[in-house]
Write a protein that binds this ligand. Structure first.
Ligand code: NHR
Ligand code: GAR
Length: 225
């Protein structure tokens, strides 16, 4: 059941965009079903018809839409169609959860301050793809994940919360990815709940504000618990 927002008494409508397994989507669904999200996932959109996350959404009774990028001549046309589709659901927040398509500045502008991404690194380290392999190759002793507001700068928007994990002897990219993913499942529902309950926003100078205080650095999960 969607829980209510204290300010309006109604859950915030949310759209989740995926491309794959959707385990972060599942973490959000679980939080919603536990009455902990203050949000209502209205639609799950995938650019791939075979994304397992679509099955997770259907099992939870959430509407799904597939918008394949393949039929479109360019990114601008794809993103315009995506914005159109999302418009039908009037989302107060768009959540990228393993969505693998870079979004145009025009699309991003339409959801300014209302779109999150979760990225599997301790940003600003390792933006882009293959983050786990790159953390290993860099000899990092610590790795993790970041929830950030999406701006036109890829993985460069203002960070909200980070979770850290150690890099352990014998790690390969898959082991490290699994350790990071478990932490993603903790921080993403938290960030969505903060936003949906009105505690978290992006101010007009581009700063993240939590409980009326501008963050000088992302919240660290290890300092919350
Ligand atoms: N769009 C904007 N404008 N800003 C961000 O911060 C975005 C974004 C779109 C997606 C997620 C991001 C990540 O967390 C994200 C953040 C895809 C790629 C990529 O290179 C890079 C980063 C992210 C998502 N995608 C290839 C592309 O050409 C396709 C790769 C594939 O299909 O496998 O779009 O890591
Ligand atoms: C997650 O690790 C997420 O951070 C990452 O892909 C995985 C998706 O898992 N996102 C990106 O790399 C975006 N380019 P999920 O589908 O099981 O949530």
């Amino acid at each position: 059941m969607p829980s209510e927002r204290p300010d309006t008494g109604t859950p915030l409508p949310v759209a989740v965009l995926i491309s794959g397994s959707g385990s972060n989507l599942q973490a959000l669904i679980d939080a919603q079903q536990a009455g902990e999200l203050a949000a209502d996932i209205r639609v799950v959109v995938s650019n791939r018809a075979d994304a397992y996350g679509l099955t997770r959404a259907r099992q939870a009774g959430i509407e799904t839409q597939v918008l394949s990028h393949r039929g479109f001549p360019n990114r601008a046309d794809y993103d315009a169609a995506l914005a159109d589709l999302l418009g039908d659901f009037d989302p107060g927040l768009v959540v990228l959860a393993g969505f693998m398509r870079i979004l145009t500045p025009e699309f991003v502008a339409g959801f300014h301050g209302r779109m999150f991404n979760i990225h599997p690194s301790l940003l600003p380290k390792h933006p882009g793809l293959h983050t786990h392999q790159r953390a290993l190759e860099a000899g990092d002793t610590e790795h993790g994940a970041t929830v950030h507001f999406v701006t036109e700068e890829l993985d460069g928007g203002p960070a909200v919360i980070q979770a850290r994990v150690p890099v352990l002897p014998g790690d390969d990219a898959d082991r490290l990815a699994a350790r990071v993913l478990a932490q993603e499942h903790r921080i993403y529902p938290l960030a969505v709940r903060w936003f949906a309950s009105g505690r978290l926003r992006l101010d007009d100078t581009g700063h993240v504000v939590l409980d009326d205080k501008p963050l000088s650095a992302p919240v660290r999960l290890d300092e919350l618990i």
